[in-house]
Design a protein around this ligand. Sequence first.
Ligand SMILES: Nc1ncnc2c1ncn2[C@@H]1O[C@H](COP(=O)(O)OP(=O)(O)O)[C@@H](O)[C@H]1O
Ligand SMILES: [Mg+2]
Length: 242
Amino acid sequence: MSAESPSPRGVPLLEARDVSASYGHVQALKPTSLHIAEGELVTILGPNGAGKTTLMRALTRLTASKGSVLFRGEDISGLSTHKLARRGIIMVQEGRGLFPQMSVRENLIIGGYLHPADTEEQMGTVFDLFPRLRERVDQLAGSLSGGEQQMLAIGRALMAKPQLLMLDEPSLGLAPRAAFEILNTLRELNRRGIGILLVEQKAPLALRLAQRVYVISLGKIVAELQTHEIKSHHDLARYYLH
Ligand SMILES: Nc1ncnc2c1ncn2[C@@H]1O[C@H](COP(=O)(O)OP(=O)(O)O)[C@@H](O)[C@H]1O
Ligand SMILES: [Mg+2]
């Protein structure tokens, strides 16, 4: 799905070094370092209020932050959303940010503004992933169900041909079945080579998907675990207790 060459061997797709963020005097995100390898699906797991959204927004400087962020070894700290998109970094924010008075098609076209010549082809890819969007192509985004809106938000992100997709709780507010469907699609996208950073509050969903999990609590990463370690120890809960 992407034309760019992968990172040089051993260089992470994304690397954050001591990224922190404050709201006034409150440091909501303590200096945090993390990485996503090329082709990896990594989950940031943590309870409500832990700092997941702050972390994701700090990585893209939507929230003022300190520290540095590297993409394939190049410093991208402070680049605008538009410049990040040009590099292939796309974020699907909590709340989805769709244009409710525009149709499914129009929302997708906007997402594809970087690659106008490929709009039709890319839209076909999105519709193959989410057939429900094809059926509702002329429907207003605001009239879609929650699950369909999330599909559209992800579809719109895909129109930009991301190398790295960052998603903030795409399962939030969805019925279990819709959440499952969305997360399965993320796995499929990852199989196609897109790096994925997924923020998720529901541990079972996160563990089903990710190869590696960072656990965040009170604005700090308190654990980095391989998914299979967690499954064998059933010990995730203790990271939630403070
Ligand atoms: N705009 C803001 N102004 C002040 N405090 C905020 C703001 N956004 C989030 N916070 C606080 O920062 C902490 C982390 O919030 P957030 O990153 O949204 O957590 P999560 O996404 O894990 O639920 C919480 O204590 C929250 O109340
Ligand atoms: Mg959040």
